[in-house]
Design a protein around this ligand. Structure first.
Ligand SMILES: Cc1cc2nc3c(=O)[nH]c(=O)nc-3n(C[C@H](O)[C@H](O)[C@H](O)COP(=O)(O)OP(=O)(O)OC[C@H]3O[C@@H](n4cnc5c(N)ncnc54)[C@H](O)[C@@H]3O)c2cc1C
Length: 378
């Protein structure tokens, strides 16, 4: 791939091989049984890929945006649920690595870097919707602790994670705090798994906090810095990651469609020879290449340190890719005819998985609002 250096190209091939051999064969069962990809994550942790956003001094890879993108795109080609769990771990780990106290980092960062511990990112609440400033979970300072009360919904990796990065409203004063909360903290509870349309392997659940005592050393950044930290990790890592997952799913749908269009014959003639199917394949191929070009160009500009342009481009590429994945997977179903609509083939799962991407880590509506304001300068 033209955007990658030699080392990144080797990484791409390695992850793609793992994805085809280990992740793709499990994806169907994870989806059907709403099972968490434990053994798939172990494979990724053996290769070090769960540590992409952990600093080298703790055993992490500290990967650049291009490297993260290429890794996630290949993981998503095998299993989108595994990719979202991995991305969530990266986002939460990045929040911890950039803002946690040294004491807290010493406690957890080695395990997060190695993938021996898993991190979740709990921001969203029933009352807040897409607007993070509307959250109601409260953190009250009590000497050397915060007392956390409230609940989060739709939390990826809930009930499976070892540490939760939680956004809460400061009870006194103004602003928000971001806290690292241990899974074994008394008062922390998780609900049953949300039965969802797609991305069913991510263990999405409610997480509630009833008078949970969180040591002050688990505060990320300063009191009042919770929202800026969330904004930074979402802008730098999550938006690009969601776009990479969309590209991975789309590439998988395209590959399956090309194979099918060549192999499916009617009256001795492959359907790929018909103008209608050729046009569909051409459209899908152009869409995937355009998404990918924009994705890697954006990742490169983030790597060059152009944060403002990079984060705006990341918002645009997330919007574009999470929209385009729907057209590509829908066309893939059409190319496969009635078989594409059956659950024996993975097309319908790819469509359902792709559908979830425009809702999380900033919904498309929110992104349009933000991009519109930036472009208009108002
Ligand atoms: C696959 C998946 C994984 C998730 N994982 C996590 C996780 O790990 N951690 C976490 O914290 N959350 C997670 N979420 C929750 C996700 O972030 C929220 O679903 C998302 O923020 C949308 O909030 P909502 O569902 O309450 O929609 P609502 O806020 O009720 O919005 C409904 C609709 O109105 C639009 N809308 C609402 N307000 C505005 C506005 N002011 N401007 C423009 N449009 C608006 C929305 O875009 C949406 O289309 C996940 C969700 C999904 C689907």
């Amino acid at each position: 791939m033209q955007w990658l250096d030699e080392e990144q190209e080797i990484t791409r091939q390695t992850v793609l091989r793992i994805s085809r051999e280990k992740l793709a064969p499990a994806a169907r069962d994870l989806d059907r049984q709403m099972a968490f990809p434990r053994s798939e994550l172990s494979v990724l942790s053996e290769t070090g890929f769960l540590g992409c956003t952990a600093p080298r001094q703790y055993g992490g890879l500290e990967s650049c945006a291009v490297a993260r993108t290429v890794i996630l795109e290949q993981i998503a080609q095998g299993c989108a649920s595994t990719a979202l769990v991995c991305l969530t771990h990266w986002v939460a780990t990045r929040a911890l690595s950039m803002s946690a106290t040294e004491t807290f980092r010493q406690k957890i960062m080695h395990q997060l870097a190695k993938g021996e511990a898993l991190a979740a990112f709990a921001v969203h609440e029933a009352a807040s919707g897409v607007i993070a400033t509307a959250i109601e979970t409260k953190a009250a300072r009590n000497g050397e602790e915060y007392i956390l009360d409230g609940s989060k919904i739709f939390t990826t990796s809930a009930g499976e994670a070892d540490i939760y990065v939680v956004l809460a409203r400061c009870e006194r004063g103004s602003g928000f705090v971001l806290l690292g909360v241990d899974k074994d903290s008394p008062g922390l509870a998780t609900g049953s798994i949300d039965e969802r349309m797609g991305l069913r392997g991510v263990s999405s659940r409610e997480v509630s906090f009833d008078q949970v005592h969180v040591p002050i050393e688990n505060l990320l950044g300063q009191e009042g810095e919770g929202l800026p930290i969330v904004g930074k990790v979402v802008g730098e890592i999550a938006l690009l990651g969601m776009a990479a997952i969309a590209v991975g799913i789309s590439q998988d749908a395209l590959d399956l469609s090309v194979e099918y269009a060549k192999g499916r014959t009617i009256s001795g003639k492959p359907i790929g020879q018909t103008a209608a199917i050729k046009q569909k394949i051409a459209g899908m191929s152009v869409a995937v290449e355009c998404m990918r070009s924009y994705l890697y160009e954006t990742a490169s500009s983030l790597d060059k340190g152009d944060l403002e342009t990079g984060m705006l481009a990341a918002a645009k590429v997330k919007l574009l890719a999470t929209d385009t994945v729907l057209r590509v997977t829908e066309d893939a179903i059409q190319v496969h005819g009635g078989h594409g609509y059956c659950c024996d083939l993975p097309l319908e799962r790819l469509y359902r998985d792709g559908r979830g991407l425009s809702l999380h880590f900033k919904s498309s509506e929110l992104l349009r609002e933000e991009i519109g304001s930036k472009v208009l300068g108002i």
